[in-house]
Each structure stands twice: as structure tokens, then as C-alpha cells.
Design a protein around this ligand. Structure first.
Ligand SMILES: [Zn+2]
Length: 358
């Protein structure tokens, strides 16, 4: 999203200006309350929109709202910017036509069909090499060399959830599952158990796909010695393009669905082999939980790489999850601090709208 700072906070439109129900609801969410009359539709009850808010609304509805996920990566079908002002070329539903004109005029932007740069849809060399078994090991070797180690100090607290355990009060229920139940998650294999944990309980709930019908328990663990983890959430400093970026490859890998697990498992095994106690990796649910947008760009450049406050930008959208190898409880790397039943009273996704055709 273009980040121009506009100091003009005069009101141009309001949520009642729009015909499309999704735009009305989204603009009602981001608009500001004011008893001033809307200069466009004269409503005093609609939430008021400044030029900056209209630009935000346009990005959220038309760019984020048309983003399509690919096997690896994701890209919006529509983009908007000031260079296309007066030259919009999209074909929206009839009920959106006038709404778009209002937005274009107020925000001085135009909408256009976006041909994504190919890295956004997974054309990233190290990622392609990871997908090929013949070249996978050489990239994993780079991963082990280029990503840093992070130490969990003795006494670090974390959580682990279990859904419907047989004996909820028994500590061993919360260790890694036995091998015969391994091999279904992102990092565990049939011959390799891991214990998934997080310092964020909400992430645990999402990661284990718990619903309000489940009987859920949460164990609070404490590490009993220093643990060495390979930190895959680290942002690599690179001087190449997105097409050659290992950082982008790993970022995309952990935001991809289950077809990517085979590669993640190979990385986990290599990390174990190299002597690590576990790996820290970006949660698949980072984006949902933090409201981030995958592979966000500004004029075709990845914000992950080129944002002026890069670490802060990436940090705000990354939730760290980790996996400890083997059976950490049995091996006395960690101990149970307490176990609680967890009652979910609300499962909510905050959403926004997008167009149905363009
Ligand atoms: Zn209005």
C-alpha cells in the first residue's frame, strides 16, 4: 500500500455514500464518527472518510479483497495507485460502478488489473530448489548456515494444547505424541516426533484447529535447561533480488499449505542432525492473527525486503511458533508447570470484504 502521509483530514465521503454492502460495512469500520454532514451524500450518520481513509479502504477492498493464494505465494488481481488515476480499466459488478467513481475521485487513484511480479507467486529460485529432491539438500545446508541459533534460557515458559486427551491430568499426555501418531503435522514425520509449542495461547488454539465443541486442555511448560533452536523467523540480510532470496523462500514455505510439509520436515530433521533441540518458525496463522497481508508490495517491491523499518514491519506480522525434537518431557528438557482446562467462548475471525467480479 502506498504510504503517503496526507495531512489533509477534510471529510470527502462517508459510509452511506456507497451502494455496495461490503464497502458500506468496511467503511463503517474504518471511518470516523462526526456529526458533520457528508459533502457528497449529506448524511450526518455515516462514518466519515478522509482521503487517507479512502485510500486505505480502496486497498483493503480491491487489493487485499482480490488477493489469490497460489501453491506458494499470493498476489492481488487488482491494484490501485495515483498513476492510474482517470485510467481505471476494471469491470466491476453494476452495483459497484458508481462507488468506484466516488473512490477514484476522492482518493485520486485508478484501479487496474495487476500482472504480479512472478516472485510473488513462488518463482523464487531457492524455493524451487527446495521443491526438487535433487537440489533440496544443498538449500537446506544454506538454511542451517545462514539462519541464526536462538537460545531459550532455562526457565522459559510456553504452552501446549491437547484436544480430547485420554487422561487430561497426566503430564505425559502433553509430551510429543508417540511415533505411531506422528507424521501429520508440518514438522513431524513417521520416524520423527516433535512437540509443538507457542508462547501465544491463541496461536495454539488455531494451530490445533480446536473448536468450541472440543474438550481442550493447556499445559504450561518450563524449560529446565538452556535449549538451542534454529530461528527460521529471522530476517536474512541479502543483497540479491526477490527471485533469488532465501529469506523469501522460507517465508513462503511456512505460509504454504500441507503440500509444503515434506520440505519443512526435511529442514527439521537436518536441524536435529546438526545438534539443535528444535526450530522456531513463523506460524501459518501469523497473518490472520496480526491482520497482515501476505507478500505485500509497494510498486512491485516486497515490503518484507524494502520496508524502511523492515524488522519492525516483519516482526509485527510474524508469530513465532516452535517445535522441540524428540520427547522433551521424557528427556527432561522441559517440565510441566501446570495444566488447565481451556474453555473457548468465542471463535471469531475478523474479516473484510472484496468484490465478486472485476
Ligand atoms: Zn456520504
Amino acid at each position: 500500500m502506498p504510504e503517503e502521509i496526507l495531512d489533509d483530514d477534510s471529510i470527502l465521503l462517508c459510509s452511506n455514500c456507497f451502494r455496495d454492502e461490503g464497502l458500506r460495512i468496511d467503511s463503517n469500520k474504518i471511518g470516523v464518527e462526526s456529526s458533520e454532514e457528508c459533502p457528497n451524500c449529506n448524511s450526518s450518520s455515516g462514518k466519515k472518510l478522509t482521503q487517507q481513509l479512502i485510500q486505505e479502504l480502496a486497498w483493503r477492498f480491491f487489493v487485499s479483497g482480490t488477493t489469490i493464494r497460489c501453491e506458494y505465494g499470493a498476489a492481488p488481481v487488482i491494484q490501485c495507485n495515483e498513476y492510474h488515476y482517470g485510467k481505471s480499466d476494471i469491470s466491476p459488478s453494476a452495483w459497484l460502478e458508481n462507488d468506484i467513481k466516488l473512490i477514484e475521485e476522492a482518493a485520486k487513484i485508478g484501479f487496474f488489473h495487476y500482472g504480479p511480479r512472478l516472485w510473488m507467486v513462488g518463482e523464487v529460485e531457492p524455493l524451487k530448489d527446495l521443491q526438487q529432491e535433487s537440489s533440496r539438500d544443498k538449500i537446506i545446508e544454506r538454511v542451517l548456515q545462514e539462519y541464526p541459533e536462538k537460545l531459550f534460557a532455562n526457565g522459559t515458559k510456553f504452552y501446549r494444547l491437547r484436544v480430547n486427551p485420554n487422561n487430561p491430568a497426566a503430564p505425559e499426555e502433553y509430551d510429543s505424541p508417540p511415533l505411531e501418531f506422528s507424521g501429520r503435522g508440518r514438522l513431524d514425520s513417521t520416524e520423527f516426533s516433535v512437540m509443538y509449542g507457542s508462547q501465544d495461547i491463541d496461536v495454539c488454539i488455531h494451530e490445533c484447529r480446536a473448536s468450541a465443541d472440543d474438550d481442550i486442555y493447556v499445559a504450561t511448560f518450563i524449560t529446565v535447561r538452556e535449549l538451542r533452536l534454529l530461528d527460521l523467523t529471522h530476517i536474512l540480510e541479502e543483497d540479491n533480488t526477490e527471485f533469488e532470496s532465501l529469506d523469501m523462500a522460507i517465508h513462503m514455505l511456512f505460509l504454504a499449505k500441507s503440500h509444503s510439509y515434506e520440505i519443512c520436515r526435511a529442514i527439521a530433521k537436518a536441524a536435529k542432525h546438526a545438534g539443535f533441540d528444535g526450530v522456531i518458525y513463523p506460524s501459518f496463522f501469523s497473518l490472520m492473527r496480526t491482520g497482515g497481508h501476505p507478500f505485500e508490495t509497494s510498486y512491485g517491491l516486497s515490503l518484507r525486503r524494502y520496508h524502511p523499518e523492515r524488522e519492525k514491519y516483519v516482526g509485527a506480522y510474524t508469530i513465532e511458533n516452535f517445535a522441540l525434537f524428540g520427547h522433551p518431557l521424557q528427556a527432561e528438557l522441559v517440565k510441566i508447570d501446570s495444566i488447565n482446562r481451556l474453555i473457548i467462548t468465542q471463535v471469531g475471525y475478523q474479516g473484510h470484504f472484496g468484490p465478486v467480479e472485476y
